[in-house]
Design a protein around this ligand. Structure first.
Ligand SMILES: [Zn+2]
Ligand SMILES: [Zn+2]
Ligand SMILES: [Zn+2]
Length: 271
């Protein structure tokens, strides 16, 4: 199974607009972060977790050619706003999207045009226009063709060769999902993990954890909090993601290696 980080930044991304702090001004490419998202490939199966604002840019950068499904952690805008660009993957068939009922309700609300059945408005057209319309209809009038799948907490489901389990975690007051896929677990935007979910994480070889910064935050782990979870999980290696501009890539690694490393955009690893 191959994991590729499509983005590793917090909701602002790095550099932050109009910021001239050392990390935003850094010339180290590790310090340039799109909004957090990953791709998981296993043989012929390709899934993506979250589609933030830079989904199109990251898909081009990572050379994504097909997607079998998209999993959503939650519906904050930095995790969903690239959804419309999924339409290039829905020319031949509809694309299944997975998430909690709350997440899917919110996504369907924001992108309502992509979830309704489309038909061309009644109007008088000549033969040539009719052919053009038929061609357009084949491609769902240029709109994404999406299939909604609501997943319950701790529910397992299969996509191609991958067995996936939804792991509820707390993001402030909000329950969101991480996902365990074999020996790999992806959890972003997390501030509290229950005992039950901790038990589900144990045995993970590579763990990705949202870790915002050194200072405390009401809805995100600090680096230290994430580090403690990584230790408790028994994982071999933990990558921090959803990182903000207060700490450089180099400083994070200096402080938290060898157990925890900062992820960076386009990092690809075999699990
Ligand atoms: Zn986020
Ligand atoms: Zn900055
Ligand atoms: Zn969030």
């Amino acid at each position: 199974m191959r994991i590729t980080f499509l983005g590793t930044g917090t909701s602002h991304g790095i550099p932050v607009i109009a910021c001239s702090c050392p990390v935003c001004k850094s010339s180290d490419y590790h310090d340039k972060r799109y909004r957090s998202s990953i791709m998981v490939e296993d043989g012929d199966t390709v899934i993506v977790i979250d589609t933030g604002y830079e989904f199109r840019l990251s898909a081009i950068r990572a050379g994504i050619k097909k997607i079998d499904a998209v999993l959503y952690t939650h519906s904050h805008s930095d995790h969903i706003m690239g959804l419309d660009d999924l339409r290039v993957f829905t020319h031949e068939r509809s694309l299944p999207l997975y998430g909690s009922r709350d997440t899917m309700d919110h996504i369907e609300n924001v992108f309502s045009y992509a979830f309704s059945v489309h038909d061309w408005p009644h109007m008088h057209v000549d033969k040539e226009e009719e052919d053009a319309l038929r061609e357009l209809k084949k491609h769902n009038y240029g709109l994404p063709l999406l299939e909604r799948h609501d997943v319950s907490p701790y529910e397992s489901f299969r996509i191609g060769s991958l067995e996936i389990k939804a792991l509820p975690v707390m993001h402030g007051m909000m329950e969101i999902y991480g996902y365990r896929i074999g020996k790999f677990t992806y959890i972003t935007d997390v501030s509290k993990i229950s005992e039950r979910t901790m038990d589900e994480i144990r045995g993970t070889e590579v763990l990705v954890l949202g870790a915002l910064r050194e200072r405390r935050h009401p809805t995100h782990f600090t680096f230290k909090e994430a580090y403690d979870v990584a230790r408790e999980s028994g994982c071999r290696l933990c990558y921090f993601t959803h990182i903000n501009h207060e700490t450089s890539y180099e400083d994070i690694n200096r402080r938290y290696a060898p157990l925890c490393l900062s992820s960076y955009d386009n990092l690809s690893l075999e699990v």
